[in-house]
Design a binder for this molecule. Structure first.
Ligand SMILES: Cc1cc2nc3c(=O)[nH]c(=O)nc-3n(C[C@H](O)[C@H](O)[C@H](O)COP(=O)(O)OP(=O)(O)OC[C@H]3O[C@@H](n4cnc5c(N)ncnc54)[C@H](O)[C@@H]3O)c2cc1C
Length: 471
């Protein structure tokens, strides 16, 4: 598909032309909403593939490599609407509704739910998890009130605290933060509870508590390129959206009132009637000129945001190590979240084109990665292997690594540090013809696939409103 996009992007006007910067889920979703309303849409992407943080490609052996392990949550909605429109929703395979934890030396516990109305569905998770004591869980149950009923207002009022501060102020156990909330925080935002805002952990916990199916998780049956971003790009091209790869935006041109163009890395300037940025926030900061940043706190606030480093590693082992067909969480070692994708994602039960069924293909998230990202490939693989041998001492003891892949992302999702919630921008900006999408912009699902899709939808809806078209 990318071969079809060799022509240079064109300058367009005509009242309804839109230039979208960034070909991740947020930008592609916005493109769909706008082309469906008859807009003339061009989208520029700096890499040679679309999909951004959810992108996937094949390595020299023909095995898929993903930017990161991606789970779908029962709490999501707008991404499912999008996938239903594309006809790919059925590619999500829903897993048993439980959270599996694996600790050093093979210790394990799980949080299960019962099919009861909320919050009774959590009874077995609280009192029959097989690891935390009843007094520990009772102390936790006592602080659930505001998480359950306080809503966004309560959570946002806690945004000045790290999750650790919130946890300790309520007298909750250290064991609980070390063994349960550490991997949860690292899986959510790749940051430990010591620096992650309490707002994030409370918002996610609240969502899980309120809705019985919210924490249910699913995996695609194959690669996101085949079941999500690829079909979306195909749809856009059929509808006449001009998609360009290898096209890097360098600077928004701002005349003090509106955006008049975008300077591109190849020296060209592109113009359109409307501009929609769907760039990661660390890239957006470099694309905004200083006088735009200085023009309004809306833009200067964005300079406070940065991306979090994370490393994704796949390791193929010569035998089956776990029979868990789901995500796993581990507080001990360097792999807080991972899955045997040979089980969760049936089309990944391969190695170099041959069946790998009955053996292991772990895809692991390495976090916190501030220091680990600097290690050599050999050092990283040794650390992952030793974590796996410690977590699965019986089944992994003699297991041999057959192959690995490593993807380092120095700035991935935005880092939700305390105090940032109120600085998150809306999709409508103070500049009339400029709109913003991406997980750092206001939405209830933060920097996630749902967050990206919902902000793409919202940014497009705001643009339509400005243009006087019903969304
Ligand atoms: C390791 C990992 C695991 C994850 N796991 C999950 C999960 O399990 N569940 C979940 O819901 N979410 C998960 N996420 C988060 C999810 O992938 C992101 O929130 C979502 O994909 C972000 O989409 P986006 O369009 O906002 O940004 P991006 O995907 O970052 O897209 C932005 C695009 O802009 C392009 N770009 C940057 N600069 C320029 C420029 N100057 N000019 C032109 N183009 C530019 C980039 O190349 C990129 O393609 C995970 C993320 C990572 C990194």
């Amino acid at each position: 598909m990318n071969d079809m996009m060799t022509a240079a992007p064109q300058t367009t006007t005509g009242g309804n032309s839109v230039l979208i910067l960034g070909g991740g889920l947020a930008g592609l979703t916005a493109a769909k909403r706008l082309v469906d309303k008859g807009f003339s849409v061009q989208l520029v992407e700096k890499r040679d593939i679309f999909g951004g943080k959810v992108s996937a490609w094949k390595d020299k052996d023909g095995d898929w490599v993903e930017t990161g392990l991606h789970c779908f949550f029962g709490a999501y909605k707008e991404i499912y609407d999008l996938m239903k429109e594309l006809g790919t929703y059925d590619a999500i395979l829903w897993k048993t509704h439980e959270l599996n934890y694996r600790l050093s030396q093979g210790v394990k516990f799980k949080f299960k739910t019962w099919n009861l109305p909320s919050p009774l569905h959590l009874t077995p998770a609280l009192f029959r998890n097989g690891y935390f004591s009843i007094p520990e869980m009772l102390t936790f149950a006592k602080v659930l009130g505001p998480i359950l009923f306080g809503g966004d207002k309560y959570n946002e009022a806690q945004d000045h605290l790290t999750y650790r501060e919130w946890h300790e102020q309520r007298g909750l156990s250290q064991r609980m933060i070390k063994k349960m909330f550490l991997p949860m925080a690292l899986a959510l935002k790749f940051l430990p509870p010591d620096i992650l805002s309490a707002n994030i952990v409370l918002a996610v916990t609240g969502e899980f508590l309120r809705r019985p199916d919210a924490s249910k998780m699913g995996f695609l049956k194959g690669s996101p390129q085949e079941y999500l971003t690829g079909p979306l790009c195909d749809y856009l091209q059929k509808k006449g959206v001009k998609l360009y790869t290898n096209s890097r935006a360098v600077e928004l041109i701002y005349d003090g009132e509106k955006i008049t163009g975008v300077k591109m890395a190849n020296g060209e300037t592109l113009t359109a009637d409307y501009y929609l940025t769907a760039l990661p926030v660390h890239n957006l900061k470099t694309v905004m000129p200083d006088h735009l940043k200085a023009s309004h706190p809306f833009f200067s606030n964005i300079c406070a945001f940065e991306g979090v480093p994370v490393v994704t590693i796949q390791v193929w082992y010569d035998r089956q190590i776990t029979d868990i067909d789901n995500i796993l969480f581990s507080p001990d070692g360097v792999i807080p979240f991972y899955a045997d994708v040979a089980q969760t994602t049936p089309e990944y039960a391969t190695m170099q084109g041959l069946s790998h069924k009955g053996k292991t293909r772990f895809e692991v998230g390495v976090a916190p990665a501030k220091d680990l990202i600097k290690l050599s490939d050999a050092e990283l693989i040794a650390k992952v292997d030793s974590s796996i041998k410690d977590l699965f001492p019986e089944t992994a003891k003699d297991a041999k690594i057959l192959k690995h892949t490593i993807v380092r992302v120095p700035q991935s999702v935005y880092a939700p540090y305390p105090g940032l919630e109120q600085k998150r921008p809306t999709q409508k900006t103070p500049v009339r013809n400029l709109f913003m999408a991406g997980g750092y912009t206001k939405n209830r699902f933060y920097d996630s696939m749902e967050g990206a899709v919902s902000t793409g939808n919202k940014a497009a809806a705001e643009l339509l409103k400005t243009h006087g078209v019903p969304a």
